[in-house]
Design a protein around this ligand. Structure first.
Ligand SMILES: Cc1ncc(COP(=O)(O)O)c(C=O)c1O
Length: 389
């Protein structure tokens, strides 16, 4: 940012559009160009313009990383080829013998990575109901290095009090990372609440258009910056310049999109909660959500992720195959409404027993409400729900 622009901290929507995105010094291009290059000319040994090789750094990626660090209130950001690649990078903080405590209901792919890959390297994981900071405290061990939470959880929409868990972690010398994918920095700022690292699948709301994968770690300390820049360079799971550019483009409209996601999410959740064929709705914006008060305190909106109980696998399947406007697909956070079945899709890999423990039934359906006209979405869900028994 120029000196003029940094005189005082600009608002979120302004930073989403401008931070990291000065007009291109070479051409004046207002939009950050896609620097499609694998390497950079050097004038003599050790003399270059700040970039040597694209696995290490790329100007399109640097612009994006500066932008995302600003939006989350962090000191550095490190983007990777997917959300899972970002979580994998996060876990390089651990060495053999270290222990991690995590929210018991997380995205199934995260649990799969921990239980089926990382345990083979001598790292152990304990899953806990992190809605209660005391319960988290009770499973901390002398070798616990990290507490990793997801809030709201995927798909049960359970919340963790970030401030309470952060304080508890810091009193025990443990770092806290937060998967902020469901809220985006627009509605939830975990670093301001005490988190050390924020992680996103940028594939979701940050990109917002379902046209690119990505992941990010936003950090708060110089040693994090050193560590994760080194991990990018060593492991190479970085985001391509094109996908960085897509993400920069998506983030410019994050504020307006999130406002509409939130308005549509509230309207659909309230409507579903009154529908006679819907057994239960899981949405933190509903007063009956057990952590509604916490949601109001730690988030500035409720977002557009909703889970609903249809009562049976048959009902779930009927709903999913009857929708016409909502699309049956994995993923979330795009402008279009996606509807999915956690038990056979996102959480198939954790197994029936683990699903039962966290309340993912065969009748559970998850909706990522898009930013279409909400009346059209409600009309579609209404006709689809009319087929349920
Ligand atoms: C909350 C959450 N975290 C992480 C991921 C993994 O991200 P990606 O699919 O970009 O690897 C997902 C994917 O759905 C997710 O929902």
């Amino acid at each position: 940012m120029t000196e003029k622009k940094t005189e005082k901290k600009l608002g979120f929507a302004t930073r989403a559009i401008h931070d990291g995105q000065e007009p291109d010094p070479l051409t004046g291009a207002v939009t950050v160009p896609i620097y499609a290059t694998s390497t950079y000319q050097q004038e003599e040994i050790g003399k270059h313009k700040g970039h040597e090789y694209a696995r290490v750094s790329n100007p399109t990626r640097s612009a994006l990383e500066e932008n995302l660090a600003s939006l989350e209130g962090g000191s550095s950001a490190h983007v990777f080829g997917s959300g899972m690649a970002a979580i994998t990078a996060l876990c390089t903080m651990m060495k053999t013998g270290d222990h991690v405590v995590c929210t018991e209901n997380m995205y199934g792919g995260t649990t799969r990575l921990f239980n089926q890959v990382l345990v083979n390297y001598g790292i152990s994981f304990t899953y806990v109901d992190s809605s209660d900071a005391e319960k988290v405290a009770r499973v901390i061990r002398p070798n616990t290095k990290l507490v990793h939470i997801e809030t709201p959880t995927n798909p049960m929409m359970g919340l963790t009090d970030i401030r309470a868990v952060a304080e508890m972690c810091h009193s025990r010398g443990v770092e806290l990372s937060v998967d902020n994918t469901f809220m985006s920095p627009y509605f939830q700022q975990p670093i301001a609440l005490g988190a050390d690292i924020v992680m996103h699948s940028t594939t979701k709301f940050l990109n917002g258009h379902s046209d690119g994968l990505g992941g990010v770690l936003v950090c708060t300390r110089p040693e994090h910056k050193e560590k994760f820049s080194f991990v990018q360079k060593c492991t190479g799971g970085i985001l391509s310049p094109f996908e960085c550019w897509l993400l920069l483009r998506g983030v410019k409209t994050l504020a307006v999109r999130m406002k509409q996601h939130d308005a549509n999410g509230r309207a659909v959740a309230e409507w579903l909660a009154k529908h006679p064929r819907v057994k239960k709705v899981f949405y933190p914006g509903l007063p009956e959500h057990p952590q509604h008060a916490l949601a109001k305190r730690q988030m500035t909106g409720f977002g557009s992720m909703i889970a609903l109980e249809t009562g049976s696998l048959e009902n779930a399947n009927t709903l999913l195959k009857s929708v016409r406007l909502c699309t049956l697909a994995e993923s979330l956070g795009g402008v279009e409404t996606l509807i999915s079945h956690p038990a056979t899709m996102t959480h198939a890999s954790i197994g029936a027993e683990a699903r039962a423990k966290i309340g993912i039934t065969d009748g559970l359906v998850r909706i990522s409400v898009g930013i279409e006209e909400v009346e059209d979405l409600i009309a579609d869900l209404n006709q689809a729900l009319s087929h349920l028994v």
